[in-house]
Design a protein around this ligand. Structure first.
Ligand code: SIN
Length: 304
């Protein structure tokens, strides 16, 4: 791996800046291993809560014109049951970030403590799932609630805290600022965009939950704008997420201000080879343009 690609995010050392996003292949040590073997610089698990959750009935996922629409409903075995998977994934040699959610700030903190005890290197707070009641974006749309959750988790564990924000707000910058003031060590931008699709034959929404979250190429320009705006106003690393499927997409996010990127939906369309192609492409770009590190291009288009 080229040394140009190494990055440090909130004290975590990554061999390359291309991470697995929460939500895909993040539910077991075995699948996380496949992602690491494919070249990810860090992995984020599927979101875990205090209790097991079945999630919504099917259909929970549908392909739309330029992406995927999902409403899984945060299915997970609960953080207690995931300990073994975390242990297994910890042996992989890349930072493992455990995505967590809660139905109160206290619950977020309880889940955080259990995940850290099991070996999480960092936590990503899911305050952005766009369709589960009383958690996710219902927290992330209020800067006061985000600050409360971050503060509580920060006081409970001694590991870096990433906060994954929702684009479904009028002003994402004020939420990012509140998160950072409360102690967030990094911001992940963005989670999915609230969306729906309807079958014209049956005349009903396709997802069982009716409304879900849109990911993939359709949301990339929204995500780039969010990263750009957040980077201008907070002084912690921003991790870009949303529609990245090529090295050009990744570089675009970095120029906007992302210190690293996360890939999710592109795995479904292109397979795990996307990690290698994006990483190699970033490296070739840096080399060709005469940059010695990823850090040299972070925010280059965001300096006026
Ligand atoms: C889900 O499990 O329904 C998606 C989670 C998310 O959007 O954060």
């Amino acid at each position: 791996m080229s040394s140009r690609l190494a990055v440090e995010i909130a004290g975590l050392k990554l061999g390359n800046p291309v991470m697995l996003a929460s939500g895909i292949l993040g539910s077991s040590g075995m699948t996380l291993k496949r992602v690491v073997d494919a070249g990810a610089g860090a992995v984020v698990t599927k979101s875990l809560g205090l209790e097991p959750r079945e999630g919504y009935p099917n259909p929970t996922l549908v392909q739309v014109e330029c992406g995927l629409l999902n409403a899984m409903g945060l299915p997970n075995p609960g953080v207690h049951c995931f300990g073994e998977e975390i242990m297994e994934a910890k042996e992989l040699g890349v930072p493992m970030i455990v995505s967590i959610y809660g139905f109160s700030s206290g619950e977020f903190a309880d889940v955080a403590e259990i995940a850290v005890d099991a070996g999480a290197n960092a936590l990503e707070l899911n305050v952005s799932c766009p369709h589960v009641e009383k958690t996710g974006a219902e927290v992330g749309q209020s800067k006061e609630l985000v600050a409360e959750v971050v503060n509580k988790v920060k006081n409970s564990v001694n590991k870096p805290i990433f906060v994954k924000l929702t684009p479904n707000v009028a002003d994402i910058v004020e939420v990012a600022e509140a998160a950072v003031e409360a102690g967030a060590d990094a911001i992940t931008a963005i989670n999915t965009v609230r969306a729906m699709t309807i079958d014209v034959e049956t005349k009903t929404p396709i997802l069982a939950n009716k409304i879900g979250g849109l990911s993939g190429p359709a949301i990339k320009p929204i995500a780039v704008r969010c990263v750009y705006e957040i980077r201008r106003s907070v002084d912690v690393p921003v991790i870009g997420c949303g529609g990245i499927s090529t090295w050009r997409d990744a570089v675009e996010f970095m120029l906007a201000g992302a210190s690293a990127v996360q890939i999710g939906t592109a795995i479904a369309f292109s397979g795990l080879g996307v990690f290698k192609s994006v990483t190699e492409g970033i490296d070739a770009y840096l080399k060709e343009k005469g940059f010695r590190s990823v850090g040299e291009i972070v925010g280059l288009s965001n300096r006026d």
